[in-house]
Ligand binder design. Sequence first.
Ligand code: GLN
Length: 234
Amino acid sequence: MSTESVRIVWVYPDLLSTYGDRGNMLILAWRARMRGMPVETVEVRSDERLPDQGDIYLLGGGEDGPQALAAQRMTLDRGLHRALESGAALFAVCAGYQLVGSSFFAKGEMCAGLDLLDLSSDRGPTRAVGELAGTPAPDLGLPPITGFENHGGRTHLGAGVRPLARVTTGVGNDGASEGVWQGKIVGTYMHGPALARNPAIGDLLLSWATGSTMEPLDDAWPTRLRNERLAAVR
Ligand code: GLN
């Protein structure tokens, strides 16, 4: 981790940014600054080298073509691999989540993923579109999760990783489990953006990155949003 500021790296906004995923970077930066932590945000386009000195990396959603291209470029670049080996945290959404596995389905064929976690994705029978909610893994100490999902892929977790949550509404990985959690990596199908709807996940990432406990903030607005969305699917 950098000593001076929390360095947040938004990976390939030109390829991976759907349904307001950029908001995840804004929410993280805001929640850090509200606690007096200096923050540096870096947006790295797909024709640039990925820095390996970031503290938190963000991957967003994407359509199949851009997703396949992102996989090729990140595999050649290896900056994200090096950063995670050095202890950085990663929050990966939808296409970005599928990318962290060994393979995913895009443009009519199986494509190689980044092979960062023990999971793989294929194509489901129908597209999963709508509200997604779930009960998080107890060890994470998170409240219920809420998001919006839109994906054709289904994700299968290997023995070496744990789901982020158990699905209560929607599809997530396969209709039963949603997302993944392993070390300092969280993957999810939730857009929304996810950290606006689930600020506790943002604080978890910040605590992993800084090694400090996050003091509570005045979360009246996100709480209102969460209550409204969770009530809509109850
Ligand atoms: N292309 C992937 C799928 O359809 C991811 C979609 C997304 O990121 N919204 O499964």
